[in-house]
Design a protein around this ligand. Structure first.
Ligand code: 13P
Ligand code: SF4
Length: 354
């Protein structure tokens, strides 16, 4: 628990011993007991930039999930070591697009005669392999805080976008921010022959959405929004763009974790908010802003934590820091050179977006 004095003391001592050799990054969805030891906290985009801005740190301890640690490894120098405190901290969404499936999809697009018009845009929440595919085919990475810019950029390069792997972020951004219609989007199902699409559908589509989703955000429903509005009159509904289109359409505000925090910082005293994102963050914000008279509730009580984010706990962090302090490099995340080269291209295109 966050208050286990023994573990807190050990984490503090190991971190002190390591000094500037270690830099600890914490995603907003991490537990409080872990966040208290983060040198910086942020959303996926901010953390990718922050990781790249610490060339003096020998160890980057990434308290987040596997794809974030991979991205940090890609963006940092070869002699910097990125460490994930629990190797089982994956992401179910990232796992929904494998390199083989995406290569097969590209073959389908090639056979349909549309591949030359397609620019891939991959959400940060994807493996390094998918990022490399994206870089190789002239595409960019995006996060939930720059998806609109990334899509605008992509439509300057080509007529169609293949959006991987989160169908919801892709659809929400295309429809809400770029003013497309739902009919401009088709859903590519990697488990069906030809993605379950006809050649004509592929030729007519502007947005080809990969059939992936976040298992946490996918559980918020239109009913969650209607219920909270009935329960709390005047409530502002603020959700993450990984939520379904119907949820995002019914919400008042939509944005990344960093956006959610800024919106609540700027909210007036007495305002009421229902937040549709991961529970660790919502609880932390509810506690932080309660003294200012801002009432913050979780959008749907039946939705729970992101189980993989939660794998990073204080015992894992203590073990990691103590191992590093004793000179044992544990749980290193290292992307191979060829993958890194192409994935970096795609990540750098994102970092160069206006
Ligand atoms: P952001 O921090 O970019 O909003 O991403 C949310 C998320 O699901 C990370 O796994
Ligand atoms: Fe993946 Fe969703 Fe968890 Fe983020 S919240 S790490 S997208 S499963």
């Amino acid at each position: 628990s966050p208050s286990d004095p023994h573990l807190v003391e050990r984490a503090r001592a190991a971190k002190e011993k390591l000094g500037s050799k270690v830099f600890v990054l914490g995603h907003h969805y991490q537990r409080d007991e872990v966040i208290q030891f983060a040198d910086v906290t942020g959303d996926s985009f901010k953390l990718a930039r922050d990781a790249a801005a610490r060339p003096e740190a020998e160890y980057i301890v990434f308290c987040g999930v596997h794809f974030m640690a991979e991205s940090a490894d890609i963006l940092t120098s070869d002699d910097q070591k990125v460490v994930l405190p629990d190797l089982a901290a994956g992401c179910s969404m990232a796992d929904m697009a494998t390199a083989e499936q995406v290569a097969e999809c590209w073959d389908v697009l090639t056979e349909a005669g549309v591949a030359e018009q397609v620019v891939p845009v991959s959400y940060m929440n994807s493996s390094a392999d998918i990022k490399a595919f994206t870089g190789k085919h002239g595409g960019t990475i995006c996060t939930s805080s720059n998806a609109e810019k990334a899509l605008n950029w992509a439509f300057e390069q080509g007529e169609k976008v293949l959006f991987l792997p989160d169908q919801h972020l892709g659809r929400n951004t295309a429809v809400r921010d770029l003013g497309m219609s739902l009919d401009d989007c088709v859903l590519y199902n990697p488990h069906k022959p030809n993605g379950g699409l006809t050649v004509e559908q592929l030729r007519n589509a502007k947005m080809i959405l990969w059939r992936g989703h976040c298992s946490v955000h996918g559980r918020f429903s239109l009913e969650s929004v209607e219920d909270v509005r009935a329960r709390i009159p005047g409530v502002n509904v603020l959700v993450h763009p990984e939520c379904k289109h119907e949820v995002v359409s019914a919400a008042d505000y939509v944005g990344s974790t960093e956006y959610i925090i800024k919106a609540l910082e700027a909210a007036p005293a007495g305002s009421k908010w229902a937040i549709g994102t991961e529970l660790n963050l919502v609880r932390r914000l509810a506690n932080r802003f309660a003294p200012e008279g801002k009432e913050i509730v979780f959008l749907d009580k039946t939705v729970c934590f992101c189980s993989t984010m939660n794998r990073i706990d204080l015992p894992h962090l203590v073990w990691t820091l103590e191992s590093l302090a004793e000179g044992n490099l544990v749980n290193r995340i290292e992307v191979d050179r060829e993958t890194e080269q192409f994935a970096k291209l795609a990540l750098e295109r994102m970092l160069a977006l206006p």
